[in-house]
Design a protein around this ligand. Structure first.
Ligand code: NAD
Ligand code: ZN
Ligand code: ZN
Length: 344
């Protein structure tokens, strides 16, 4: 089967032919219908060879959707032909975190060598994807796979990030979204669907600011040295009750800190490598800073329900599998509007 692999440090992803996997006991083989292209892949592929934590070559793709092609012995939770989305943050399934569905924070995944598809294990950018357990699958129930597949990360990650700040996003409050790309354009919609907060989007690209306005941002302003002042001006000096940074660079986490109101939240989602100091007088009083990873199994079910209700929708551009390397190039250049989706 065809697959898109990251094969060696410093090399672009390549389309290769590899054997089609066979499902063992408990496993499910999916015929992949769609796979999303996340900026994290570009960050990971940029890590130096000596720090690269995963075995190579690695089939990319941690956002996956497919139809069940074959099931291994003992699988009873899904049937052949069923259309599903893949919950990608695989854990042990038994520890206290996994027991409440937070497999993204599994206590033992590392020591047990459990790796997510496309983040260590073979990913969804291939004709077939082997899924270790039917508990990782959520029925699409009528959702179109192309528009649903980004919800497994670009939707789920901001959903989890925003949910943690909802108690602060009361009427009259403000939320800032830094970076209106794949995750950010969904964050704007999630904020509008889940809270009465006024939403201010910041980006360096005019086109992304236009997209942010299109999907519901009340204000869309350039991200630069003036942005914190602009946010203060728009909030009568008080700042934002929650700031979500989908870039995570040093400049944007500093900006995020400067935008936060007293008792506000700064949520660093982007992998840009920046960090924000916390200490008396460095930020407004009692600002909380957190850096979440992905989301839980039940949160993915909730995100898909929101999409089915029409409250959120993903802007996508599609590419055949052979053109996945081009999709990565375009994402790297900032040219993708919404999410790029690969169709194997
Ligand atoms: P993307 O490329 O689709 O979007 C990034 C957006 O940020 C673009 O619109 C770009 O124009 C904008 N941007 C770049 N520099 C900026 C700046 N200085 N100020 C404001 N905006 C700026 O990327 P994506 O796939 O949406 O991913 C966003 C980030 O989230 C990446 O760093 C990715 O690695 C990370 N991520 C984290 C998690 C997690 O669990 N923590 C999960 C998925 C993705
Ligand atoms: Zn991702
Ligand atoms: Zn676990």
């Amino acid at each position: 089967m065809k697959a898109v692999q990251f094969r060696a440090s410093g090399r672009a992803p390549e389309v290769v032919d590899i054997p089609r996997p066979e499902p063992g006991p408990g496993q499910v083989l999916l015929r992949v219908t769609a796979a999303g292209v996340c900026h994290s892949d570009i960050t990971i592929m940029g890590w130096p060879a000596e720090q690269f934590p995963f075995p190579l070559p690695m089939t990319l793709g941690h956002e996956g959707a497919g139809t069940v092609a074959e099931v291994g012995d003992g699988v009873t939770g899904v049937r052949v032909g069923e259309a599903v989305a893949v919950y990608g943050a695989w854990g042990c399934g038994r520890c206290p975190k996994c027991a409440v569905g937070k497999e993204n924070y599994c206590l033992y995944a590392g020591e047990l060598g459990i790796m997510s598809p496309g983040l260590g294990g073979p990913g969804a950018m291939a004709e077939y994807l082997l899924v270790d357990s039917d508990r990782h699958l959520v029925p699409l129930d009528g959702l179109d796979p192309v528009h649903a597949v980004p919800l497994t990360d670009a939707g789920l990650t901001p959903y989890h990030a925003i949910k943690g700040s909802l108690p602060k996003l009361v009427p009259g409050s403000t939320a800032v979204v830094i970076g209106a790309g794949g995750l950010g354009h969904l964050a704007v919609q999630l904020l509008r669907a889940l809270s009465p907060a006024r939403v201010i989007a910041l980006d360096v690209s005019e086109d992304k600011l236009a997209l942010a306005s299109e999907v519901g941002a009340h204000e869309a302003i350039p991200s630069d040295e003036q942005s914190a002042q602009a946010v203060r001006r728009l909030t009568d000096g008080r700042g934002a009750e929650a700031v979500f940074d989908f870039v995570g660079a040093q400049s944007t986490v500093t900006l995020a800190g400067a935008c936060a109101a007293a008792e506000g939240d700064v949520v660093v989602v982007g992998l840009g490598g920046g960090s924000l100091g916390v200490g008396f007088g460095t930020l407004a009083h009692e600002v909380s800073v957190r850096a979440p990873y992905w989301g839980s199994r039940s949160e993915l079910i909730e995100v898909l329900d929101l999409a089915r209700a029409g409250a959120i929708s993903v802007h996508t551009e599609t590419y055949p599998l052979d053109q996945a390397p081009l999709a990565y190039e375009r994402l790297h250049e900032g040219a993708v509007r919404g999410r790029a989706v690969i169709l194997p």
